[in-house]
Design a protein around this ligand. Structure first.
Ligand SMILES: NC(=O)c1ccc[n+]([C@@H]2O[C@H](COP(=O)([O-])OP(=O)(O)OC[C@H]3O[C@@H](n4cnc5c(N)ncnc54)[C@H](OP(=O)(O)O)[C@@H]3O)[C@@H](O)[C@H]2O)c1
Length: 304
């Protein structure tokens, strides 16, 4: 039976460690703080930001939610970010995406101080990561590394194949795996004969955004599969293809009319030595790593 890499319990472990660190820092008069900027009224974004702010409270971090209206201009956002960059009580700045089309999202993300860039999206942090220097790494890929390490999966010397090369997941995941001394191959939509490459992977990271894209025959028996994908499916035919014979899923699907599947066909997990389930695998790590990054930023900014 393959090992299930339980992201929920690994995230809980990291959050408990962060809470301990926050307690120790607060005792020294340093209370790490996160500013979460939520523009407009996108329901999904609101849920994400609220859960980040709630987690800050649970772990003892200071947090502030700032909610500019949908009509906010790029100039007004720039002024807000400049103010947050200068504030002593704010260690991390999070600009929840997506932003409205009329604001220049790239310009705004680039205006966040790299030292407070707890999402790890700033080009300076991407560059630091590439150069192997201490950097605030994007939260989801940092979570992938934590899952591997804390589950005792060796990385050094292993062939890691990352499918996907986005700025926020695939590329930084590849850089972090390289830092851990994996031999890394990055694949993308122009890769020829993808299956012949994924079949070489000891560690296969799927960050594609296509439901159940990685099939069983694309996986080397015994490999570790890290499924970053989060895709909502509503089509009953698609549901049956992935989850036929799974009564628990069938119940959710019947109740909600949808369910979540990763970028890996669940049948491929049967071939694996270990895998992250969806949900409950990589997903829970993202907020845990955001908290860890905020504490790290608080310490780095003070030269710790
Ligand atoms: N667990 C979490 O907390 C978390 C966080 C962020 C994202 N996600 C999920 O992770 C997935 C990826 O997110 P993302 O933001 O990285 O997506 P993205 O920006 O759309 O990038 C997708 C990547 O997949 C590659 N790709 C697309 N079709 C392909 C194909 N047929 N063969 C090989 N590669 C292909 C693309 O290649 P090109 O570069 O050539 O176009 C691109 O590099 C999504 O399901 C997303 O929901 C999860």
């Amino acid at each position: 039976m393959p090992q299930i890499l339980d992201g929920t319990s690994i995230a809980a472990e990291i959050k408990a460690e962060v809470a301990e660190e926050v307690k120790a820092l607060t005792a020294q008069g340093i209370r790490p703080g996160l500013a979460a900027v939520l523009v407009g009224n996108v329901a999904a974004s609101e849920i994400y930001v609220r859960s980040k702010v709630k987690t800050c409270a649970e772990l003892g971090l200071f947090s502030e939610m700032i909610t500019p209206p949908e009509s906010v201009t790029t100039q007004e956002m720039l002024a807000l970010i400049t103010e947050l960059n200068a504030r002593e009580d704010i260690d991390g700045i999070l600009i929840q995406l997506p932003l409205p089309d009329h604001v220049d999202a790239k310009l705004l993300l680039d205006s966040v101080s790299p030292d407070k860039d707890v999402d790890g999206f700033h080009p300076v942090n991407a560059g630091r990561l590439q150069a192997g220097r201490p950097a605030l790494a994007p939260c989801t890929p940092a979570g992938v590394i934590q899952i591997l390490k804390r589950s005792g999966i060796p990385i050094s010397g292993q062939h890691a194949v990352v499918v996907g090369r986005s700025d926020i997941v695939g590329e930084p995941a590849a850089m972090l795996l390289l830092q851990e001394n994996a031999t890394v191959t990055i694949c993308h939509s122009k890769t020829r004969d993808l299956a012949s490459i994924t079949r070489q992977a000891d560690i296969l990271v799927a960050a594609i955004g296509r439901p159940g894209f990685i099939h069983p025959e694309m996986v080397k028996p015994g490999a570790t599969i890290i499924d970053v994908g989060i895709n909502r499916i509503t089509d009953p035919g698609e549901f049956d293809r992935f989850f036929a014979g799974n009564p628990k899923r069938a119940e959710t699907f019947a109740k909600r009319g949808s369910t979540i599947v990763g970028d890996v066909d669940p049948h491929a997990f049967e071939v694996a030595g270990a895998y992250t389930p969806v949900p409950g695998g990589v997903g829970p790590l993202t907020i845990a790593m955001l908290m860890a990054n905020t504490v790290r930023a608080a310490k780095m900014r003070r030269g710790h």
